[in-house]
Design a binder for this molecule. Structure first.
Ligand code: TTP
Ligand code: MG
Length: 385
């Protein structure tokens, strides 16, 4: 085992910077709560918003009553039906969710314009300076939660912390209708005890890779130096180490509109052979499709990124006829794009899939048409990073 690599000189923020007051606000069971609000007969019942149980659709979200049965976002609707036979399945109605979202975002702006929307139901706010001159981040969060409930009859949860990372993790801890405050003096202790899966960006694959190396909590990252973490996880290894040290100086970027939505994974062992590659592509496609739906986004261009064992990186992209977020269509395109690289002959250390040219999903049914085969590669490139 290696000794700790914490190097205070590498800290992202200058020591003299006063701590920021960052909020992460996230609506509770958002789509399902809007349905229960608008149809009082559904209150207290297991409501499941998403695809029909006899289709190949997935669950967008479930009310907390339905979650007790193990129903959650991205679960196939047919499986949700088996887990929760008395579940009430509802097709999503994005117009009403968007209307509620608009009110919530307008409330945020009463307090600060430093609002970074992450999706319809979730945003970061930097309230260090705020329009009401409120000194405490906690008070701002409570005032916002009160306004949101009064004006939408919906509840939300909030995390209050000096960084985006900690605020985001905190907002999830006392859901629904809860608030968790992590003051600057408690950040290090809080992060050290955090299971790695709570880190945004660590999915099931990276979690497994961490566990294989005895890394269960963020504190365990601190036992390894950056070089070791980079050799295991690629560049993200350094990012994890910084987060584990409680260093996250990323600013709240007001009004930023997403230009792309992508995920990637660096593998603990290089992938060789199509079966291994395809297995990972399926996981990535499922996760990306769910993320696009969560953000009510459609994409017109699919991109893939492949980094080989010699660190050469190839990117390929392809435009589709109809904007989509469909998992099957994404997977079909991603497979073809990856096959057009040297993936069949060289071991792969990283795979990524993404959508660009995004538009808002206005609730019309998504296209599940196959990808347009006439534009095999809109752009492609290789770089040496
Ligand atoms: P989340 O905030 O992840 O979930 P939630 O608000 O339903 O529940 P909670 O925050 O209390 O845990 O996502 C917000 C909305 O985005 C959700 O209501 C439905 C949609 N969504 C999807 O369509 N697909 C998904 O996979 C996820 C996670 C969310
Ligand atoms: Mg939510």
């Amino acid at each position: 085992m290696e000794s700790g690599s914490s190097d205070p000189a590498r800290s992202d923020s200058a020591p003299s910077d006063p701590p920021r007051r960052i909020l992460h606000v996230d609506m509770d069971a958002f789509y399902a709560s809007v349905e229960q609000r608008d149809r009082p007969e559904l209150r207290g019942l297991p409501v499941i918003v998403g695809g029909s149980p006899d289709s190949r659709g997935v669950v967008c979200t479930a009310s907390y009553e339905a979650r007790k049965f193990g129903v959650h976002s991205a679960l196939p609707a047919s499986q949700a039906k088996r887990l929760c036979p008395e579940g009430i399945f509802i097709r999503p109605d994005f117009e009403r969710y968007k209307a509620a979202s608009r009110i919530v975002h307008e409330i945020f702006h009463r307090y600060t314009d430093q609002v970074e929307p992450l999706s319809l139901d979730e945003a970061f706010l930097d309230v260090t300076e705020n329009k009401r001159g409120i000194e405490s981040g906690t008070w701002v969060a409570e005032a916002i939660r009160k306004d949101v409930f009064q004006e939408t009859q919906l509840t939300c949860s909030a995390g209050v912390a000096p960084s985006k990372f900690v605020a985001k993790v905190a907002s999830d801890l006392r859901k629904p209708n809860g608030i968790v405050v992590i003051p600057p003096s408690k950040v290090a202790e809080f992060v050290r005890a955090l299971p790695v899966r709570k880190v945004p960006g660590i999915g099931p694959v990276t979690e497994r890779a961490c566990k294989d190396r005895g890394i269960h909590t963020c504190g365990d990252f601190l036992r390894y130096n950056d070089a070791t973490l980079t050799s295991w996880f690629g560049r993200t290894g350094r990012h994890f180490a910084r987060l584990a040290r409680g260093e996250d100086n990323r600013p709240v970027v007001a009004g930023s509109e997403r230009k792309s939505c992508s995920i990637e994974d660096t593998f603990p062992r290089d992938l060789s052979g199509w079966d291994a590659i395809d297995e990972q592509l399926q996981l990535l496609a499922r996760e990306l499709s769910a993320r696009m739906q969560r953000h009510a986004l459609l994409g017109k261009t699919v991109t893939v990124k492949v980094r080989f064992s010699d660190f050469r990186t190839a990117t390929r992209s392809r435009t589709v006829t109809e904007p989509t977020a469909d998992e099957g269509a994404l997977l079909t395109a991603a497979r073809e794009l990856v096959r057009s690289t040297d993936a069949m002959t060289l071991p792969i250390r990283l795979l990524g899939v993404g959508f660009t040219h995004l538009s808002a999903d206005n609730g019309q049914r998504q296209s599940t048409l196959p990808f347009d085969g006439t534009i095999p590669s809109l752009s492609s490139g290789t770089d040496d990073r």
